[in-house]
Write a protein that binds this ligand. Structure first.
Ligand code: GTP
Ligand code: MG
Length: 468
């Protein structure tokens, strides 16, 4: 079957990450993909008729200089059974950045255009191979940082959300058919509509599943998107030591000198399947020198984007006003008080009581020693409980967790459907009710990409890497 008639240029990109690797792949997609490959690829054995979806051994040869560039495996894939539904060619060469860049240059010189971020996946969507929620799942899969996050992306790639939304839309479409008949025969309108029956069907078949999906997004979203946790405290209380303890590696420099950390340091952690970006900051104090002052400024900025702030205090010392002032500027952000250096605290009970009294708005302090790692797992539990309410991801293999964009569309669809059911309850006319019903359908269409505008599509696909 020929490639779908399209005026789109043929695009190409390096599909594997930069840096040395066993193999590197260049991907070409579009109606000229196979012709471009033929200009550069010399099979090691003459081919009668190249077969689709079969790897062929040979060489990439610079057509102008007649110089071999690399020994490769090439594959031609005929549309439509390809990633983009266009003709696709791939060159599997040695995974050297120079080799990949040289071959990509030859491919571009032979007539392809450099692909933009996500352009292959965007074509898969525009050519109807996958809906928008599956295209987003590809980006989420590439981004996943925990097994749970990966499983959620796979569930979405399998079509979990698209299918559930599809079933809800069917109920709405059936209701629309009834309402349209009622509009055409206004005198029998109430008889045809049976408003109470229709409202019940919409509540059960639309509002209930929408409410469930929105709740899933709220509970499960954290496992895909993760959270950001900032460690805040005076100099020398052990912030960098805590970062290292959580990571179980000596990532940040630790010294007895106050003011060691000048910049923010960010790393990823996995707490019970939840991806956590943990940020160590410069110790907060007054009268800091210039570099330190910039670091303190950065620490304050990080707080603005944090889902949780750890207020770290030194339990071996008496708390000062500088400690107490940490809580100002949190802007109501959730925080946990963490009492560190419990291993050398002269009076553990008194230290904890003092920390609790210093931050009355926060839950009871968590006692740890970053040095001996005692209390670290309690701290992880406390972080998890604070942001999830203690709930682990239920049934990860089947969980259908809408992303933020989906959640917004689901909420709008739910609001529109509630207007429909309220209108039916109040006996409003069929044509009034039909406007809200259509709105609900359009919002849901946004999730799978049926009614999505070009700029939203651009925003979604620009999050991808080049070559995907
Ligand atoms: N005994 C004991 N010492 C600790 C503990 N945590 C940190 N320290 C020591 O406290 C000192 C300061 O630790 P850091 O982790 O550098 O403190 P910080 O808060 O990052 O300091 P700045 O970057 O200067 O703001 C180092 O000498 C650590 O070894 C602990 O739990 N127990
Ligand atoms: Mg530090």
């Amino acid at each position: 079957m020929p490639a779908p008639a399209s005026n789109e240029p043929t695009i190409a990109a390096i599909a594997t990450p930069a840096g040395p690797g066993g193999i590197g792949v260049i991907r070409i997609s579009g109606s000229d993909a196979h012709a471009i490959l033929a200009r550069l690829f010399v099979p090691s054995r003459p081919e009668a008729a190249p077969q689709s979806h079969r790897l062929t051994h040979g060489w990439i040869v610079d057509p102008l200089r007649h110089l071999p560039v690399d020994e490769v495996l090439a594959v031609r894939m005929r549309a439509p059974a390809t990633y983009t539904r266009e003709d696709v060619a791939e060159i599997h060469c040695h995974g050297s950045y120079l080799v990949l860049a040289t071959i990509l240059d030859l491919v571009l010189a032979a007539g392809a255009q450099a692909a933009t971020a996500g352009e292959f996946t965007k074509r898969a969507f525009l050519n109807g191979r996958i809906d928008l929620s599956r295209a987003e799942a590809v980006a989420e899969l590439l981004d996943a940082k925990t097994r749970e996050g990966m499983q959620l992306a796979v569930n979405q790639l399998k079509g979990g959300i698209a299918e559930q939304v599809g079933a809800i839309r069917e109920t709405l479409i059936a209701a629309r058919a009834v309402i349209e008949v009622a509009i055409d025969f206004p005198e029998d309108d109430v008889e045809i509509l049976q408003p109470a029956t229709l409202a019940t069907e919409l509540r059960q078949g639309v509002e209930a599943p929408l409410t469930r999906l929105i709740a899933n997004a709220e509970e499960g979203g954290i496992f895909r998107d993760g959270i950001s946790v900032v460690i805040l405290g005076r100099p020398n209380v052990g912030k960098s030591s805590l970062l290292n303890s959580l990571l179980q590696e000596e990532r940040a420099i630790v010294t007895p000198v106050p003011g060691t950390t000048r910049d923010t340091i960010e790393e990823y952690l996995n707490i019970k399947g939840m991806p956590v970006r943990i940020i160590d900051t410069a110790g907060i104090r007054e009268h800091a020198e210039e570099i330190e002052e910039i670091g303190i400024q950065r620490a304050r900025e990080k707080v603005a984007g944090a889902d949780l702030v750890l207020l770290l205090v030194d339990a071996s010392l008496t708390l000062s006003d500088e400690d107490r002032r940490l809580a100002t500027g949190l802007g109501g952000r959730p925080c946990l008080v963490v009492a560190n250096k419990m291993d050398i605290a002269p009076d553990r009970k008194a230290a904890l009581a003092a920390a609790a009294a210093a931050f009355p708005m926060a839950p009871p302090p968590v006692a740890i020693s970053a040095k001996t790692r005692s209390g670290i797992s309690d701290l992880e539990e406390a972080i998890f409980a604070t942001v999830t309410g203690g709930e682990s991801l239920r049934d990860p293999a089947h969980a259908c967790v809408p992303n933020l964009r989906h959640k917004a569309a689901l909420s709008r669809a739910l609001a529109a459907c509630r207007l429909v059911t309220a209108g039916l309850d109040e006996g409003r006319s069929a044509d009034l009710v039909s406007v809200d019903l259509q709105a609900a359908l359009d919002y849901l269409g946004d999730i799978v990409g049926e009614t999505t505008t070009e700029d939203v599509l651009d925003m979604i696909f620009s999050r991808f890497c080049i070559g995907k």
